[in-house]
Design a protein around this ligand. Structure first.
Ligand code: IVH
Length: 681
């Protein structure tokens, strides 16, 4: 039985909720705390005790933000109105074009009143309020249907659980905005992940998205996420006549709103504001990738309306990739899982766009020669959204004569064995089958997301397990016990159990994924899928002849040779057999998949980067249905890079390799056959 509640206690609880929400707002939205953390904690604890004792919890109590058990999966939420994207402009002239078009469509030469605000590099979110209370929160998804992430969103302290403040509060309103992570928080998170052996996030946007798409809201709660609100939908009558006014309404209703919002007259003034934002870009504690220019007047917005994917009344100006200058301290060779020795530069740490960068890949030794990159050189490096930067140019004027040219290594940096360079290829390789770096890299690939996907078994932990002699090959992973792990640094009861469970979970795998995970030379994701479509089970590949593999249409001699060599090696077959004995269960949903007739994308390979208007899975299916295939990494055999919003480092890699870059619309045109493939090259 709970205690019966007196009016005094009720009053105290209500006052505590009000008080704590006020302090939370001061702290998380306005960034100007009034009381100390310790005082807040004391009041919070007092509230929690009273709530528990009297079973009286108000809907907007701060204690409601945390504590729900993990979900199995996310429910779907249909958006009241589509969540649109924005058209992009890459030059001021494109902004002037936008202005001209808008004036023409509106039938008036009058200067338009615009607002200018930062474009937050995060993920879009919809917060659904009914009668002033937050009832649901959803991700953007494909623009029409998103995922229900209410529990996770509630853990973000700046999200109001109740709308209070303005005189006019619509019965129903969906507030839209962006969830993002500050750069310092992102760097801290990545440092922790590195220590735990988890894969690091490439940029704050991925980190924010990964934190929201968590089945366990306790994980989201532990990440410091932020929100900026910039729009609304699903409302009968907006409580404002213009964007600027609406942002004021949001501010009154205690929502965090875009920083540095400006209202201007005419596009020239807007451009000035945009250039001001770009100049201040570094001073924001978070990543902004551009500025959003919106027509202020809602009536004019309505008049212009929207296209399928974006409104005609707003446009995003994308900032240039961020560059920095630093000095190369050293150039080293890293041995990959196939034995390829790739050069990388170690820089004097430099902050670019708020992120500290200290190394970058240099792709291959010939490129170093071609660009004449030397140790000691001052170089310009560029960060295109991701943490991993690229060397853009060498400042040869700053040379002192003490710079040292580098040569491809003659011995493997990991094991000291001989290296080779295959005819016609640029890659330098270590030939030893027992090179420890290769084994470790093979294991890292095996456990990684594209492979067996063993959560918590990232690079650091693999290296640790190898160093301790606990793991020498794939099969050893499945022999690990909790006791083994408990002897290691960084592992406690819970983390050891989590890893053992993750290993157990990874035992159910598709043949395609398994073949990819074991890292057969030249066999990437696509070739693995093709093999799985043609061999019913793993054992059918044992002792396969090159001729048999060559009989498969999509397979060439190089792959056939290496697949056959791999499965004719008794040691390899023995290893696979013992893995099966250890309980790995391989299904094969790809076997004898109905072959679609040759489609317009027959034989073409695609890599996808950035956010597309529809979910990635759908785009992949679309490409496959039309005869093409997708892979995850850009290489010289990639036919096209399909780039969406906020493309990652793949874009610069594609550019460097001369891979053709297309948009989603261009892909659709290719499928419809509107543009001949030739004309696209
Ligand atoms: S307005 C109908 N304002 O950028 C237009 N979007 O590339 C709705 N974004 O999907 C968007 N900051 O997720 C708007 N200040 C801002 C924004 C912003 C970031 C995101 C938003 C949108 C994407 C388009």
């Amino acid at each position: 039985m709970k205690n019966s509640i007196s009016p005094e206690i009720k009053k105290e609880i209500e006052a505590l909720v009000k008080e704590l929400n006020y302090h939370s707002y001061q702290y998380y939205v306005l960034d100007s705390p009034v009381i100390s953390d310790a005082e807040y904690d004391r009041e919070y604890r007092r509230l929690k005790d009273l709530e528990e004792k009297y079973d009286y919890i108000l809907p907007d109590s701060p204690t409601r933000r945390v504590g729900a058990p993990p979900l199995e999966k996310f429910d779907k939420v249909a958006h009241s109105e589509p969540m649109l994207s924005l058209d992009n402009a890459f030059s001021y002239d494109e902004l002037r074009e936008f202005d001209k078009r808008a004036k023409k469509l509106l039938g008036s030469p009058d200067e338009i009143i615009y607002t200018v605000e930062p474009k937050y590099d995060g993920l879009a979110i919809e917060l659904i309020y009914k009668n002033g209370s937050l009832v649901r929160a959803a991700t953007r998804g494909d623009g029409y249907t998103g995922e229900d992430v209410t529990r996770n969103i509630k853990t973000i302290k700046s999200v109001p659980l109740k709308i209070e403040g303005p005189s006019e509060i619509p019965d129903e309103i969906d507030i839209r905005g962006e969830i993002y992570m500050n750069i310092s928080e992102f760097e801290k998170l990545n440092r922790q992940r590195e220590e735990n052996g988890d894969q690091i996030f490439a940029n704050p946007r991925n980190a924010a998205a990964g934190s929201i798409r968590q089945l366990d809201s306790a994980v989201t709660a532990a990440r410091r996420l932020h929100l900026a609100c910039y729009g609304a939908a699903g409302v009968k009558e907006m409580p404002a006549y213009s964007h600027f006014e609406f942002i004021e309404w949001l501010r009154k209703a205690k929502f965090p709103v875009p920083a540095k919002l400006k209202i201007v007259k005419g596009m020239e003034e807007a451009i000035e504001a945009v250039s001001g934002l770009e100049a201040q870009r570094q001073s924001f504690p978070f990543d902004i990738d551009g500025a959003v220019i919106k027509i202020n007047d809602f009536l004019l917005q309505q008049k212009l309306g929207s296209r399928t994917r974006e409104p005609r009344w707003a446009i995003a100006y994308k900032f240039k990739a961020q560059q920095g200058t630093t000095v190369i301290m050293d150039i080293k060779g890293g041995v990959g899982r196939t034995g390829v020795i790739t050069p990388y530069a170690i820089f004097k740490p430099v902050r670019i766009g708020g992120v500290t960068v200290s190394r970058s890949t240099l792709h291959n030794w010939e490129e170093i020669n071609r660009k004449d990159i030397r140790v000691g050189d001052t170089v310009v490096v560029e960060r295109a959204g991701d943490v991993i930067p690229h060397v853009i140019s060498v400042n040869k004027e700053l040379r002192t004569g003490r710079e040292l040219p580098v040569m491809a290594p003659e011995k493997c940096p990991a094991c000291g064995s001989a290296v080779t360079k295959e005819e016609g290829e640029v890659a330098v390789k270590c030939v030893s089958l027992h090179c420890p770096a290769q084994l470790q890299e093979k294991l890292i690939h095996f456990a990684s997301r594209g492979g067996m996907e063993i959560e918590g078994l990232g690079e650091k932990n693999i290296r640790l397990l190898c160093d301790r002699g606990l793991v020498r090959h794939f099969e050893d992973i499945y022999k690990l016990t909790k006791q083994d792990l408990l002897h290691l640094p960084r592992f406690a009861e819970k983390s050891a159990q989590n890893l053992i469970s993750a290993i157990e979970k990874s035992k159910r795998v598709s043949l395609a994924r398994f073949l990819f995970a074991i890292g057969i030379l030249h066999v990437g994701e696509y070739a693995s899928k093709v093999l799985a479509a043609n061999f019913r089970k793993l054992e059918d590949l044992y002792h396969v002849t090159p001729e048999k593999v060559l009989g498969i249409k999509q397979m060439g001699e190089k792959i056939a040779g290496s697949v056959s060599a791999f499965f004719n090696d008794e040691k390899n077959v023995g290893l696979l057999d013992s893995m099966l004995k250890l309980g790995i269960t391989i299904s094969n949903p790809d076997y004898a998949k109905e072959k679609t007739r040759p489609g317009p994308l027959e034989g073409l390979s695609f890599v996808i980067t950035g956010t597309l208007p529809v979910p990635r899975k759908e785009v992949e299916t679309l490409i496959e249905k039309n005869g093409g295939h997708t892979t995850s990494a850009v290489s010289s055999s990639t036919s096209y890079l399909l780039a969406g919003d906020g493309p990652g480092s793949k874009l610069s890699k594609a550019k460097a390799l001369g891979v053709r870059i297309i948009s989603y619309d261009e892909l659709l045109r290719m499928i419809r056959g509107e543009a001949s493939q030739q004309s696209l090259f």
